[in-house]
Write a protein that binds this ligand. Structure first.
Ligand SMILES: *[C@@H]1O[C@H](CO)[C@@H](O)[C@H](O)[C@H]1NC(C)=O
Length: 505
């Protein structure tokens, strides 16, 4: 093609950084923020309860309050992800990101004053609201960036949100070091700090353009779209790209949109849908967020020395950031299936070994090191496959017309599973002790077997090829009419995730 080389203009780079820092970063930050100060916060719950009722808190009730404080966040995330579609169409992409800051600044203030107000209820409600913020931003940032980026940069920019999530996790772990904010007096500030990126985004993002695609197609505002595109590309001649957008829009409209309900009843997509549901459940129920929500707890029960725990936790976060960067390069070379199988296999093995190590920690002095190694190996295994790949595959298995509904299903499964783990893990740990990780190992194994049997490699495959691979299982025949799809389709279905959704971790 005789097109000009499209490059990362300062406007595009800054818009990417500000929206990823303002939104995606917060998502990761709030996952890990409750880990380090948990003992101080539980003390606060205890004394608050004592002052109110005159009796010390019962252990079961404290565990319940605490797991609610942790898991209201993913529950909020679930509701947030349901709000995506109406908000992005009404307020625009940038508009939604700006509006979303309410769901961060308000709970930041609430969490900041919770100690003075002597109320743990405030923290629990604030966690729910900040979860809404995460649920929205986990979908809207990738959408906004995907629509700002020129085609050749879409893949690279699509990974930026995921990267900022891991950086957010790491930042919360660093701030949680005892000498910084992870102490008796610092934890309210630490919880409240999530408002700072939101405030920065609120001040800076208005100076950057709204998605030109949204302005043109949804709003029909040609002038604003053109100006936005000129700023983003750094040159004046954007007419051909505008025309392209129009064309794309028309072919999408011709395709029609599948609602969630009609997606559920589509025979030809049944096993693809089951596959993304299982992969998202496997991703979350394999316990990755249990590691981030409750890392210190896990290390403490593994017998790691109190003083060392915080640094081990930070180390885990750093490994996670590093592996997420590496995964970007590995995933194109090795394909998706292999990475998923390896990833779930590694996680399964690490959980089994961790169970053994936790059982023998009393009798063998170097066992805590084995436990630390297990957690780090688990994090590596998860970062190469189970974390990043399910959303990538959702993009590849579904055509444009069904993709947004597929992401809605995947997102709901993702957040509800995340919620389940956050809520149940403390009870699981108290009830089963070291054996709670066997449960995660079993889930990893089941997911692995399912992927082994059902999920095909999707790398470099067109949408048509993928649906043919599924056709026999779906008991449908691919009709000749489908073969006549425009060749452009193949390009689109292998495009990098525009709707990418998190780790979700
Ligand atoms: C609550 O605090 C009291 C007094 O400090 C302490 O004895 C008790 O063990 C605490 N309860 C729990 C469940 O941690």
């Amino acid at each position: 093609m005789a097109e000009k080389e499209e490059w990362l203009t300062p406007v595009l780079a800054l818009a990417t950084l500000i929206s990823a820092f303002g939104s995606s970063f917060q998502y990761g930050y709030n996952v890990a923020v409750v880990n380090s100060p948990s003992s101080f916060m539980q003390q606060f719950y205890n004394t608050t309860y004592l002052e109110r009722t005159g009796r010390p808190i019962e252990e079961n009730f404290l565990t319940l309050l605490w797991s609610l404080s942790v898991s209201m966040y993913p529950l909020g995330g679930f509701f947030g992800s349901l709000m995506v579609a109406p908000l992005v169409n009404k307020l625009g992409r940038k508009g939604t990101l700006l509006f979303n800051n309410i769901f961060s600044i308000v709970p930041a203030v609430m969490m900041g004053v919770s100690e003075i107000a002597k109320s743990y209820e405030i923290i629990i409600v604030a966690r729910f609201i900040v979860g809404i913020c995460a649920g929205l931003s986990s979908n809207v940032v990738p959408m906004y960036l995907g629509e700002l980026a020129p085609k050749n940069l879409r893949g690279a920019l699509g990974i930026v949100p995921q990267l900022f999530i891991t950086v957010g996790i790491l930042s919360a772990q660093v701030l949680g070091i005892r000498n910084i904010l992870g102490n008796n007096t610092g934890w309210t500030l630490m919880l409240g700090l999530t408002g700072i990126p939101a405030l920065l985004e609120l001040l800076l993002l208005p100076f950057f353009p709204e998605s030109p695609r949204y302005m043109l197609i949804q709003k029909g505002d040609k002038n604003t779209a053109k100006k936005a595109l000129q700023r983003l590309r750094g040159w004046d001649d954007v007419d051909s790209e505008m025309a392209e957008m129009h064309l794309e829009d028309e072919s999408e409209k011709a395709d029609g949109r599948l609602s969630v309900l009609s997606l559920l009843s589509q025979r030809s997509l049944r096993w693809q849908l089951v596959s993304i549901i299982i992969m998202n459940m496997g991703q979350q129920l394999s316990g990755v967020n249990a590691i981030y929500y409750y890392a210190d707890n896990i290390y403490a029960s593994a017998g790691v020395e109190e003083n060392h725990i915080q640094f081990v936790t930070v180390g885990t976060g750093a490994v996670n950031v590093f592996m997420t960067i590496s995964a970007v390069f590995i995933v194109e070379a090795s394909g998706r299936r292999l990475l998923l199988l390896c990833g779930f296999g590694i996680c399964c093995g690490a959980c089994v070994l961790l169970t053994v190590a936790l059982n023998f920690q009393e009798s063998v002095t170097w066992m805590p090191y084995i436990s630390i190694a297990c957690v780090i190996i688990y994090v590596i295994g998860h970062a190469i496959g189970p974390s990043p790949i399910p959303s990538l595959m959702t993009t590849e298995m579904f055509r444009q017309s069904a993709r947004s509904s597929a992401f809605m299903v995947a997102g709901s499964v993702h957040w509800l599973s995340n919620f389940t783990v956050g809520l149940v893990f403390p009870f699981l740990e108290r009830g089963l002790g070291p054996y709670s990780f066997i449960l995660f190992a079993i889930i990893c194994l089941v997911t692995l077997v399912y992927i082994w049997l059902v999920v095909p490699e999707t790398k470099n495959k067109t949408f048509l090829e993928i649906s043919q691979m599924f056709a026999k299982r779906n008991k449908v025949e691919i009709k000749l009419a489908d073969v006549d799809l425009p060749p452009k389709e193949s390009k689109e279905s292998s495009a990098p995730p525009v709707w990418d959704d998190q780790v979700m971790q």
